[in-house]
Design a protein around this ligand. Structure first.
Ligand SMILES: [Zn+2]
Length: 427
């Protein structure tokens, strides 16, 4: 696509009249749909999830979409393209929440998608592709062990064994889905391919402080970080705190302390890496004993798998050296190695162009948290737009995104759709 061609293409300006007030009002209304009085808790396949689906379904229909609920309880609204069998662009996020949640996490992406379609529909605008707004219900993973059931069904990677998982009341996922009115035998029919689907885009609050720190309302996500997790077990020698001279100790906790500081320093020195020791215990420890045993966890995340694997290897080598210098034995167990999910270059470029067309500064960042988008890794192209949230706070009732920032997110999403259209015209 040449620069000249871009300049004569249509933008959404003048056509597109998003109603940011309506988006904020819908988020408020949805935020009241809860399983628990006085706070927002909306678990997968709960009565509040049903109420939320009914509410969102009504908004989708008002916005010009036809709607259906699939076998994994994902609500899908479809706004047809210029021809009825056109491939679809998926816009989505989730409407389940954690316990005592904020009202923006997930819900913002669904409501933004609906508002964009509503505005295009009101302007009589259709595209050579359909737009489907998808409201997933199983992102937070609060009710059952596994998560992303809805997005994995669309990706065609839903694990049927997950149907046998049971919640804390002994209700299986299969029973809960059936009671909800979903036919689990249809789950595999939800699978999308590149023939019927252009890709997936998700607008989500950042859930971190980077956009706020840069004073920028939205950012284009480069990748959802991969993660390594595991455990250190340090075994020294428990001995009398009063009688053991300092140079004869094998203090497992002092070794752990040195390792914690090493991990923090290492991650500080790598721009895209975060590393955390989140739990530590000293089994059998007492106030007057030199600690003989320490167990602690580690968690390392990064948008690049290569950088992450190198970092984990370095951190483990450093930890072994520290333990050895203190005559403490060390056992290391890596329990979790999830690959990064890089966003699609073409879709992300279209998002970046949309940000620039809205005359906003462009900031790219990786996502430290997981999202439905990562279910599409290797299956469908996907992109994500983050919206600034106050203090980077999420999974908390004080979670907040300003109406002006939400408005910008909606406009960028609309401009992104127009940019995709322009690219198809250029093909
Ligand atoms: Zn979320």
């Amino acid at each position: 696509m040449s620069a000249l061609k871009t300049s004569v293409h249509a933008t959404t300006a003048g056509v597109f009249m998003p109603d940011a007030g309506a988006v904020a009002a819908r988020l408020d209304e949805l935020g009241l749909v809860s399983d628990e009085a006085g706070m927002l808790t909306r678990l997968y396949l709960s009565p509040a999830h049903r109420k939320a689906i009914n509410l969102v379904d009504g908004w989708m229909r008002e916005a010009g979409m036809s709607t259906r609920l699939d076998g994994a309880a994902t609500l899908i609204g479809r706004y047809e393209g210029t021809r009825t069998d056109a491939p679809a662009l998926l816009i989505g996020s989730h409407i389940d929440t954690v316990r005592n949640a904020g009202r923006f996490d997930g819900n913002l992406g669904v409501v933004s998608g609906i508002e964009v379609v509503r505005a295009f529909h009101a302007a009589g605008k259709r595209f050579p592709f359909a737009i489907e707004v998808v409201a997933f219900g199983d992102e937070e993973g609060v009710r059952f062990d596994s998560t992303l059931g809805g997005s994995r069904a669309l990706a065609g990677t839903f694990d049927m064994n997950a149907l046998d998982e049971r919640d804390s009341n002994g209700v299986s996922r299969r029973e809960a889905l059936t009671a909800f009115g979903c036919d689990v035998s249809l789950i595999d029919r939800s699978a999308r391919t590149r023939r019927d689907t252009i890709g997936y885009v998700e607008v989500h609050i950042e859930q971190g402080p980077v956009l706020e720190m840069h004073n920028i309302p939205v950012g284009v996500v480069t990748a959802i970080n991969g993660a390594s997790r595991g455990k250190f077990v340090l075994t020294g020698k428990a001995s009398h705190a009063g009688t053991t001279p300092m140079d004869l100790r094998k203090d497992a906790l002092a070794a752990a302390a040195e390792i914690i500081v090493m991990v923090e320093r290492y991650a500080h020195a790598e721009a895209d890496l975060v590393a955390t020791i989140g739990q530590i215990e000293t089994p059998g420890g007492t106030i007057n004993t030199v600690p003989g045993l320490v167990r602690m966890t580690f968690d390392v995340r990064c948008p690049s798998d290569e950088l992450r694997h190198n970092a984990v290897a370095d951190i483990l080598a450093n930890a072994r050296a520290i333990a050895s210098s203190r005559k403490v034995a060390i056992d290391i167990d890596i329990s979790h190695d999830a690959p990064a999910s890089p966003c699609d270059e073409r879709l992300s470029r279209a998002l970046a162009q949309a940000v620039e067309r809205c005359e906003l500064p462009l900031l790219t960042l990786s996502s430290g948290a997981g999202h439905d988008a990562m279910a599409f890794r290797g299956i469908l192209p996907f992109a994500m737009l983050f919206v600034r949230c106050r203090d980077g706070l999420s999974h908390h009732p004080d979670e907040y995104a300003a109406p002006q920032d939400i408005d910008i997110g909606v406009r960028v999403l609309a401009e992104f759709i127009q940019t995709l259209h322009n690219q198809q015209v250029d093909k």
